[in-house]
Every structure is written in C-alpha cells, then in structure tokens.
Design a protein around this ligand. Structure first.
Ligand code: LLP
Length: 463
C-alpha cells in the first residue's frame, strides 16, 4: 500500500487512511483488461461499451443495478479450459459460481461438463438440456430427495462426502435397481492460502474425508463392498481464489498416493481423479492469475510423474473451475445516488445496489475495482469507498478505490469481475429486488435472469 501524499481526494495531513488501495492509477479512465471482460472497451465518446453496446443504453433498457455478462468472453474462457485439458480430461464448470439455463446451454455447446451441488442446480441443468451423464453431484449433506433425484436422472457421478453418505447413496441406488458411479471426496491436508471461509482441504472443516488418519482408505474399503456403488475415483478440492499451484500439486501427489494404496490393498486401479476448482482470478490489477493451459500442464505433469513412480496407469483427470470461467466475464452496473466526502478519511459513494448483489466484500473482505463508465473525466482521482443502500455500515461494495473527483449523482459506475458468487449469493436483504443478468454479444443484449419484482416478493409471503 502506498502512503505517499497525493494532490487529490480527502486526506488528513500526509497520512492516508487504512485500506487496501495502492497508489492512485496513472489514468483513472483506463480499463485494465485483466479485470474487465474481453469486449469491454471505451468508445470515442468516452462511454464504456460491452459486446458493442454502450452502458447508457444498457442502463436505459435494463435498469440498474444489473449484471452484464459478456457471452463472447464466457464462451472463450470455457473453450480455453476445454482445449487446455484436451480429450484425456474433463472440465466440469462449477455451477455454484453462477448458473442459469443460458449458461448451461453455452457450456453444453462448448463441450464442458457441469458440477451441481443442490437439487435446484440439478433441475436447472437438466431443464436446459445438459445430458445427465455429464453432471457431477456434490455437497456435504445431500438430502435423500436430492440423491434420489440425481440417481433417477442418471447423473454421471455423485461425489461422496461422508461415511453416512456412502451407505445412503448405495442404499438408494440399490433400491432403484441401479449402480451409481461415485467418487470419494478426500481432504488432503493442504493449507490453501486464501480466506478461511473458502479454504477446504485443511483438516478442521466440514468437507470430505481425511486422508491423514486412514479415514479415506477406510471409505474406499466400504465403498468397494457395496453393490449399489461403482467407485470410479477420488476427488479433492482445496479451496477457492488460489493463485499458487503448489497446493494443487501437493493434493495431486497425495491423491495419487491413495490410488497406489488402493491398488496395493484391493488390486483395483481407480480410473479417475478430480482435482476440484479454486483457481484465482484478477479482481484488481494487483492479481496475476494462471492461464488454463499453464494449469493443465502443471497438473498433467505432476499426475503423470507420480503415476509413473507408483507404476499406476495415469487416471483420467477432471477439474471444476467456476470463478475462473464466469468471474471475469461480467460487471455490475450501478447508478451513483449520493456522494459524501468525509474530511480526512475518504469519499463515500452510494450506489443503487450493495451487499444484496455483492456480499463478497462484507463476507470475505474481498477486493474489487471500480470505474466511471458513462463518461471519461480529466478530474483528479479521489479515494472512494463504494457503498450500497442497505441499513448496515458493513454494506460495502468496493472498499478502497479511486474515481474522478468530479463524480456526480446520475453517473454510471461499474464493478468488474462480478460474474462469480455475486448473483448466485445475492439476497433480498431489506427486501431488495435481485438484479437481472443480461447477456451481451455482438450488439445484442438479452435478459437471461430477469429482475425480481415486488410481486415476486409478495408471492412468497403467504401469511
Ligand atoms: N468444486 C467444488 C467441490 C467446490 O466446492 C467449488 C467451490 C468449486 C469446485 C469451484 O471453485 P471455484 O473455481 O469457483 O473457486 N463463495 C465463495 C467461494 C466458495 C466456493 C465454494 N466451492 C466466494 O465468493 O469466493
């Protein structure tokens, strides 16, 4: 963080307030391609456009706040993952990041598979035509109804997360007269360098079955004895928004070691491993994410090397990126409502959304960028905090960023990289109406998830 004095924005003597920000940008109008979707650009007039349509027209037609997804970018990212992993591996898009029927169709067309973790996600996927055998079903406490729904639909795999579930899935499959393909999710004991709430492979958390104390080997033993199950592999997911490949490499090594132990004990070579999702994206210019081809190469090499050393056939690898595909492809468009300069601190900019459309800042202390998108400005940058309209002081969308000091009510500002875990974690707090998701491509914009209405709220309120 730079604490150098800067000529613009509220400040107190030479001390900048605490925050995440680095120095003010050289050009406050610039759009860093690392954090903005592929077709986002500034037009000659200074307005920002996506898919060839200016934000003013988008705001006019669809209102604000709203999420705009760059379909071209989404498809390109999905394809890049598919191509990087080739024919000997599978890419399961993690639907929890953001799922809608249009998204399912794009994934299907681009040759990806899908990871779902609830009956609702499964229903959405099936209703949009994703073949069931390309769906993996996850979750640490799937209900009996969900398991039944998944098996009846014919999902390609269920990922088992506990000893109870091994028995439960086996029993339901058997009672339906079938054998369900399953993987066992193990916790490999890696401390992922990310926020505590989104790290999932250390031992003290709710997911998976621990490798360390022989529990995972015991889970395999039990699964192999049950008629209702066809054990096809081992699954590991170490966490989310991770940049360092080392954790994935340790996980891959430990999962392969389990495959070798299973072969030695049972004479069975499990044909698949899934290394989960979790690859980080750029939320600000300071982040440097890995490209899919680098990830595919690193994982492929480590698995091949470890399998050769253990004299195992190399299993089919799958991965489950969610954020890395959808995250960078969308931005949230807001209208500025009020502006409050706080002397010696920073300027609070209130927008027409907030923690109901992006909970990540409040929940994980996540960092975001922001830009004035309805025009350019030559004014000096000022340090701002972008906040929402909810009755809560933690209702922060962007903790610290720079916007031009002539910002005014009615200006449109946009927060990039909101494709993942924003609409999917949106709430109705204060009876806010969840914003629409609009797909933009080649000069055309269409709503793929419509804006909630007050009638929607009242429809649920049956008292
Ligand atoms: N596979 C499994 C089994 C997962 O649990 C997850 C994410 C993924 C794949 C996809 O991870 P991704 O590639 O999207 O990082 N709400 C948090 C993230 C929670 C992730 C939960 N599981 C956030 O907003 O950062």
């Amino acid at each position: 963080m730079s604490r150098s004095a800067h000529p613009a924005g509220p400040r107190h003597a030479d001390v900048w307030p605490e925050g995440h920000y680095s120095a003010p940008p050289a050009d406050v109008n610039a759009l860093d391609p690392k954090v903005w979707a592929q077709t986002v650009t500034r037009t000659d007039t200074g307005e920002v456009s996506v898919g060839g349509i200016g934000v003013a027209a988008l705001a006019e037609e669809f209102g604000t706040p709203a999420y705009f997804v760059d379909e071209t970018d989404f498809r390109a990212r999905a394809r890049a993952w598919r191509t990087a992993f080739g024919h000997d591996a599978d890419v399961f898009y993690a639907g929890k990041a953001f799922l809608s029927r249009a998204i399912v169709r794009w994934l299907h067309e681009e040759g990806l598979n899908l990871d779902v973790c609830s009956g609702g996600e499964l229903t959405t996927a099936l209703s949009a035509g994703m073949p069931a055998d390309r769906i993996a079903f996850h979750g640490n406490n799937k209900s009996t109804d969900e398991i039944t729904q998944a098996i009846e639909a014919g999902v390609g795999r269920i990922v088992l997360d506990s000893f109870q579930e091994i028995v439960r899935v086996a029993h339901i499959a058997q009672s339906l007269g079938t054998r369900q393909r399953v993987q066992i999710r193990v916790t490999v004991g890696v401390e992922a360098h990310t926020h505590e709430f989104i790290a999932t492979a250390h031992e003290d958390q709710k997911f998976g079955i621990a490798l360390a104390d022989g529990q995972a080997a015991e889970a395999v033993r039990r699964a192999l004895t049950l008629d209702g199950l066809e054990l096809i592999g081992i699954h590991s997911h170490i966490g989310s928004q991770i940049f360092d490949m080392a954790g994935f490499e340790v996980a891959a090594r430990r999962v392969v070691a389990l495959l070798a132990a299973v072969r030695d004990e049972h004479g069975v070579e499990l044909p698949e491993i899934d290394l989960g999702g979790g690859l980080g994206i750029a939320y600000t210019s300071d982040d440097d994410p890995r490209e899919p081809h680098e990830i595919a190469k690193a994982l492929g090499e480590i698995v091949t090397r470890e399998c050769e050393a253990a004299r195992l056939r190399t299993p089919r690898i799958s991965v489950e990126p969610g954020r890395a595909i959808v995250g960078p492809t969308a931005f949230t468009l807001y209208e500025v409502g009020t502006i409050k300069p706080l002397e010696g601190l920073r300027t609070y900019v209130s927008v027409d959304g907030g923690m109901s459309d992006n909970i990540r800042t409040a929940l994980y202390d996540a960092e975001y960028s922001v830009a004035l998108v309805s025009r350019t400005s030559d004014a000096e940058p000022m340090l701002v905090r972008v906040v929402g309209k909810h009755c809560e002081s933690g209702d922060i969308v962007v903790k610290d960023a720079f916007l031009p000091s002539d910002l005014a009510p009615g200006d449109l500002i946009a927060v990039p990289a909101t494709g993942a875990y924003c609409r999917s974690m949106a709430s109705n707090y204060n009876h806010a109406l969840r914003p629409p998701v609009v797909a933009v491509r080649d000069g055309e914009a269409r709503v793929i998830v419509r804006r909630e209405t007050e009638e929607d709220l009242l429809r649920l309120d049956v008292g």
